[in-house]
Design a protein around this ligand. Structure first.
Ligand code: ADP
Ligand code: MN
Ligand code: MN
Ligand code: MN
Length: 336
């Protein structure tokens, strides 16, 4: 028998969350025939996606990979949610990205997402002293040593699991606030990077369970003089990656400026708490792009400016952002 963990995005407010449940499949038929994974359903009235009288929602498998936690031939299965009418549910932002990604596929867009997150034990970030604060932030970013970084066993286990699942992770690092870390997914095409990010998030939450650690995607988990958590979204088209690409990148920055407010409104709940102008951010009320500037909305990495081609980094998206929404808006704004 194969245990297939069906994963989907719920209707949680103000931020959608991940849900999952297990379906046991007949191993012979799945492995031999490579049959399509079956569609399934769930009780939408328990996920903020339906009312009790019309509660059935449908799960359509769209991406699957080996389940590194259960091992063997077990699977993780990411699904789109449809309503009882079998049309994309209002929470199904992936369906909207599908259309837009197809429209701009000839520009060969690639995305790489830096997912920051904070580990909690009870009400406190992991490694924080009882009823107080650790030393002011400074030494923790990319730190080493039991007094500098907290949670490395979880982080290592998560990286290993993502690689075993076949996800394209390009790196991990400890972040500026103690208990905060980052992993990077991509570069991949729009749908793949988003699907992989959701699987990677699910694995992180799931592995945290075994350590009694909960993972928060709150963009400003601790008030005061502590860095927030973002999801910097790196983006390129083929023209940006080729010789002379810097001019295309700069033109894209100006196009992104024109829709700044729309992007801010869709880059994750709590963005006003995070983009204050302090802590390596540009205030959410302003837009500026610059080379190598961590206080810019869009940063062109120094090595990209030097090479004259490459990609840009949108620093505005929050850790809790919906990747299908962020990548869709970036495609529409920069490629349209
Ligand atoms: P930093 O912390 O300096 O902002 P990271 O090394 O954490 O940068 O992340 C860089 C990201 O850029 C990675 O997610 C990587 O996948 C992505 N990336 C690299 N090249 C490209 C490219 N050509 N197009 C889109 N994204 C890219
Ligand atoms: Mn990074
Ligand atoms: Mn970071
Ligand atoms: Mn970054």
């Amino acid at each position: 028998m194969i245990k297939a963990e069906y994963i989907w995005v719920d209707g949680g407010q103000p931020t959608h969350k991940l849900r999952s449940k297990t379906r046991v499949l007949d191993k012979g038929s799945w492995l031999e025939r490579r049959a399509e994974l079956p569609e399934w359903g769930f009780d939408g009235s328990s996920t903020g996606q339906a009312t009790g009288e019309h509660s059935d929602c449908l799960l359509h498998p769209v991406f699957h990979c080996p389940d590194p936690i259960r091992g063997d031939d077990h699977l993780l299965v990411l699904c789109e949610v449809n309503g009882a009418d079998d049309l994309p549910h209002a929470t199904n932002t992936r369906a909207l990205l599908r259309e837009v990604a197809e429209r701009f596929a000839d520009q060969e867009p690639l995305f790489g997402i830096e997912q920051e997150y904070t580990m909690f034990q009870g009400a406190r970030p992991l490694g924080w002293p009882d009823g107080g604060y650790p030393a002011p932030q400074g030494p923790f970013y990319c730190g080493v040593g039991a007094d500098e970084v907290f949670g490395r066993p979880i982080v290592e286990q998560h990286l290993e699991a993502c690689l075993a699942a076949g996800l394209t992770l390009s790196g991990i690092n400890a972040e500026v606030m103690p208990g905060q870390w980052e992993f990077q997914v991509g570069p991949e095409d729009p749908l793949d990077v988003c699907d992989q990010l959701l699987i990677a998030r699910w694995l992180l939450f799931r592995i945290g369970e075994d350590h009694d650690v909960s993972v928060s995607l709150d963009p400003k988990p601790v008030r005061g003089d502590w860095n927030g958590a973002g999801a910097h979204t790196n983006f390129s088209t083929r023209a940006m990656r080729e010789e002379g690409g810097l001019a295309v990148i700069e033109a894209a920055c100006d196009k992104l400026r024109a829709r700044h407010e729309l992007h801010i409104a869709n880059y994750g709940e709590g963005i006003e708490r995070r983009l204050t102008g302090l802590h390596e951010t540009c205030p959410y009320t302003e837009f500026r792009w610059a080379v190598g500037h961590r206080g810019a909305s869009i940063r062109i990495p120094l090595h990209v400016a030097k090479a004259g081609q490459g990609y840009l980094e949108d620093r505005r998206p929050c850790s809790n952002m919906d990747p299908y929404v962020v990548t869709r808006l970036m495609l529409e704004s920069a490629c349209g």
